[in-house]
Design a protein around this ligand. Sequence first.
Ligand SMILES: Cc1cc2nc3c(=O)[nH]c(=O)nc-3n(C[C@H](O)[C@H](O)[C@H](O)COP(=O)(O)OP(=O)(O)OC[C@H]3O[C@@H](n4cnc5c(N)ncnc54)[C@H](O)[C@@H]3O)c2cc1C
Length: 503
Amino acid sequence: MIQNVLIVGAGSAGLLAALTLKKRIPSLTVRILRDPKLGTIGVGEGTTPNLSSLLFETLGIPRKTFYQLARPTWKLGIRFLWGPRGRFDYTFAPQLDSWWGDLPRPNGYYCTDEFRSTDLPSALMEQGHVFPRQPNGCPEVQAWHSFHIENEHFVSMLESLARDAGIAILDGNMVDAERSDDGIRSILLSDGQRLEADLFIDCSGFRSELLGKALETPFLSFDRTLFCDRAVVGGWDRESEPILPYTTAEQMSTGWCWRIEHEHRIHRGYVYCSDMISDEAAESEFRRSNPKVGPTRIVRFRSGCYRKTWVGNVVAFGNAAGFVEPLEATALMVISLHIQSLVDVLHACGQNPTPSVREIYNELTHPTWLGIRDFLGLHYQPNTALDTPFWRRCREETDLSNIHELLDFYAENGPTGLSRYRLPASHTQNDFGIEGYLVMLVGMQVAYQNRHQPTSQEWTTWQQHRAAHISQARQGLTVKEALAYVRHPAWEWNADRKHSTPS
Ligand SMILES: Cc1cc2nc3c(=O)[nH]c(=O)nc-3n(C[C@H](O)[C@H](O)[C@H](O)COP(=O)(O)OP(=O)(O)OC[C@H]3O[C@@H](n4cnc5c(N)ncnc54)[C@H](O)[C@@H]3O)c2cc1C
């Protein structure tokens, strides 16, 4: 029976795993090993809605603590400066998998020329506002908000919560692992200590010390679908720029550039394909479009995942299990999903996992990675905007064979939610769902046959709906105004979600 858990790595993956295991199976002894000299990845991270559910519902972290310690700003979605339209907004609410009762077709059929302010979150993005305003003037916090967080602040909050929960955090450098018939018997530290456990959790980041190095688990590369493998990363201290309530993703000659909004810092990075542009040329293109950027660093990565992430008595989460470029900010989403799957499986087997139970876990979790691979591939293949060698290669070579039924269906029928039945079920079990696919297809103006020709009455009705969103969004609050509310000493969360007016 699993009673002792040792987690290697105290980045966001290791700490979220520790907190979730301890919260949901309190009888476990959970320890974390980390090497302070190696540190954590230290990037600016965007999140998706499921992280909020893990933090506030499963772990019960008070929102006040989160705002005080993690110091997030809010993210309504992603602004894509992308594709032949030049711009469209992806929110975490259903813009296109949605239908007004007084119109005969779903929203996507009306987003031919103009795809803006289709719902309230996208109207807020358009206005640079983050929350609608309640009648009492306060922000109305919705489930479709996510966050931008600096990794250091997030990790430091999780670390403090882990210590409060009785989780031991040990400092040391793992140098070797002793194998057993069923995985790992113990790990060895550089100071000679040997640490044993029933279950080892590998959260050692890209080093993948246990799953990758010690157990030599085969790796599945996504290089037939995703060609980028490096990022040049930098940023600058915010001056007079407003804090935008969304992440920006902007196409570049040989990849794309993100912009993540922190309160005092703007974080940017150019993700590129090193086969097709040198580090020096990527850095100079990055600087040309971001003249304020300070010192930069290059991050190398490979997109893909281990074929199994539970092998013997080792389970991996985070970058130790797999990684894809941060185009849709999926890492924390996958970590949250898979940690909860592990706890569910441990509960179901009374903490006595057999090889066949481990197989079920692997069968449940592996498709998440394949779904993300294909969803990200869809951001590239139909993009006809730029005529550079990289984008030509994306159009010609991106492997989307897993979702060809969806693409064929769309080509015939257009943006209907019925297309969900032409996607593998595993591809919609994440925060994107069919909505994500429809936004990318409509956003990039991918052609389809069965065009709807709205009547003038339909257009009037459509514009009235948009106008209502725009009018509500205009009254909304900026990020700066909303931060002032949640930091006000009289601010109270109502049912840990809403609030009363500060007096
Ligand atoms: C450029 C870039 C941008 C990203 N943007 C996003 C984003 O927008 N959204 C998102 O969700 N994710 C993003 N990510 C992914 C992000 O890295 C993960 O979300 C997340 O922080 C998980 O990191 P981790 O805990 O797996 O690894 P890390 O933060 O690297 O932590 C690894 C831990 O393992 C320990 N360790 C390693 N080796 C040893 C050893 N031998 N002995 C002892 N300890 C050891 C280290 O000390 C550290 O504590 C981005 C990643 C990159 C590279």
